[in-house]
Design a protein around this ligand. Structure first.
Ligand SMILES: Cc1cc2nc3c(=O)[nH]c(=O)nc-3n(C[C@H](O)[C@H](O)[C@H](O)COP(=O)(O)OP(=O)(O)OC[C@H]3O[C@@H](n4cnc5c(N)ncnc54)[C@H](O)[C@@H]3O)c2cc1C
Ligand SMILES: *[C@@H]1O[C@H](CO)[C@@H](O)[C@H](O)[C@H]1NC(C)=O
Ligand SMILES: *[C@@H]1O[C@H](CO)[C@@H](O)[C@H](O)[C@H]1NC(C)=O
Ligand SMILES: *[C@@H]1O[C@H](CO)[C@@H](O)[C@H](O)[C@H]1NC(C)=O
Length: 366
């Protein structure tokens, strides 16, 4: 079977939905395909219960729709899903179920070939779980889960749990585990900026008017004032400031949800890099050994676009991420585009969607 359209969008997460809305505003026909049964599967099925948007709502809007005035500044997961459902209804977006590695329509089990002049890759930076290879991991007898399958600490009460990874997910999951009575440890391998959400919000606002290095200096001083020196607790700040680090490497500052005070008073134990695992014993590079019942890997995700996109070399590298640097990352050759792959969150993907739709509009009417 063959279907024709002008634009094919792969992925119905926020990036795909935003692109669909922008195309609709310009009256450009499109088809949007999604491998799962629902849109925004990351937010519906692969996020922990207590998750809220990390950034203030004014930095998390999709094109052409604001949050209700009475929405909290930091939007909880369920409310964000409602916002997306409204968005889908408002722009009449109808994703088709189709996994783009096999190009197979799973509902009918038929192979569908889509022919389109333009292709938008919107399959996300979070398409596949990233779990590091650790010697002996496969022999670990306890539970091993990735942060995307973690819901709540309620089933871990009284257990010894190790969280690997100190980004926003790892730090929050450690807090959640500890507050549900799990004996919680966290592996912190690399320097990290710990801040409050209010400090980040201030920084994101100021940087629109003031040079980033000055804002970064201010944010670090404010955070040091709030948290004090955490190096004796195993938390060291990177050399680059938080906003510059995000822009250059995509690594976000960690917004503290209460984890730091639990680390300070010893409720959550900080451990260094793992060297190997023997049975249920985890050995660390410091030569310490500890026994665990479960390990949660909050070690991030991978893009998979390079695995299904043929001839995408003009745009994506071997990690499935854009070759060109921001702000030129979103356009490849021959009608190929990507939305949401520049590690710039919802605000970044909203910008990608607008740029892509405008560019298609120009070429479409040529
Ligand atoms: C826990 C967490 C919290 C975050 N919090 C914030 C925040 O507060 N603020 C912010 O700005 N950003 C945040 N982000 C970052 C980012 O905004 C989100 O990850 C956002 O969901 C990215 O949207 P996306 O559409 O690019 O990708 P996704 O949401 O991952 O959507 C991609 C979609 O494509 C589908 N898909 C993948 N491969 C295929 C294929 N081959 N064929 C068909 N469909 C496919 C997937 O099933 C998925 O539905 C957060 C990320 C995570 C993981
Ligand atoms: C809690 O975890 C730490 C670190 O792994 C361990 O040293 C300690 O013995 C554990 N406590 C209990 C009660 O199991
Ligand atoms: C650590 O701090 C938390 C909250 O600040 C508190 O609930 C907990 O009882 C404290 N634990 C210890 C061992 O002091
Ligand atoms: C941590 O240990 C792993 C092996 O378990 C190794 O591959 C990695 O390079 C180490 N990372 C750091 C920062 O030391």
């Amino acid at each position: 079977m063959e279907e024709q359209t002008v634009v094919l969008i792969v992925g119905a997460g926020p990036a795909g939905l935003a692109t669909a809305a922008c195309l609709t505003q310009l009256s450009i026909p499109y088809i949007i395909v999604e491998r799962e049964d629902c849109s925004a599967s990351l937010w519906r099925n692969r996020a922990y219960d207590r998750l809220k948007l990390h950034l203030a709502k004014e930095f998390c809007e999709l094109p052409y729709m604001s949050y209700p005035a009475d929405a909290p500044t930091y939007v909880p997961k369920d409310l964000f899903v409602k916002y997306l459902d409204n968005y889908i209804e408002c722009f009449d977006i109808r994703p088709k179920k189709c996994w783009f590695s096999t190009a197979r329509n799973m509902a009918t089990s038929m192979v569908v070939t889509y022919t389109a002049r333009f292709l938008v890759v919107a399959s996300g930076e979070n398409s596949a779980e990233n779990i590091p290879m650790i010697p002996g991991l496969h022999g670990f007898p306890g539970e091993i889960i990735h942060s995307s399958r973690y819901k709540s600490g309620s089933t871990y009460s009284g257990k010894n749990v190790l969280v690997v990874g100190c980004g926003n997910s790892g730090m929050e999951i450690a807090y959640d585990l500890a507050s549900h009575g799990a004996n919680t440890s966290i592996v912190i391998r690399s320097p990290v900026h710990v801040m409050t959400k209010e400090i980040i919000r201030l920084g994101m606002t100021l940087v629109q008017h003031i040079p980033v290095n000055i804002v970064d200096g201010l944010l670090v001083r404010m955070s040091n004032f709030v948290f004090g020196d955490l190096s004796k607790n195993g938390i060291v700040r990177p050399k680059l400031g938080p906003l510059l680090l995000k822009a250059k490497t995509g690594r976000s500052a960690v917004i503290d949800v209460g984890t730091v005070s639990l680390i300070r008073n010893g409720t959550i134990k900080v451990l260094g890099n793992i060297s190997k695992i023997k049975g249920n014993i985890v050995e660390f590079e410091s030569r310490n050994e500890r026994t665990f019942d479960a390990i949660v890997f909050a070690t991030g995700y991978r893009s998979t676009a390079n695995m299904w996109l043929k001839n995408g070399e003009s745009m994506l590298n071997r990690d499935g991420l854009p070759k060109k640097e921001f702000p030129n990352h979103w356009k490849g050759a021959n009608g190929l585009y990507c939305a949401g792959l520049a590690k710039r969150g919802l605000a970044g993907l909203a910008m990608d969607a607008k740029n892509i739709a405008n560019d298609i509009f120009c070429n479409y009417h040529e």
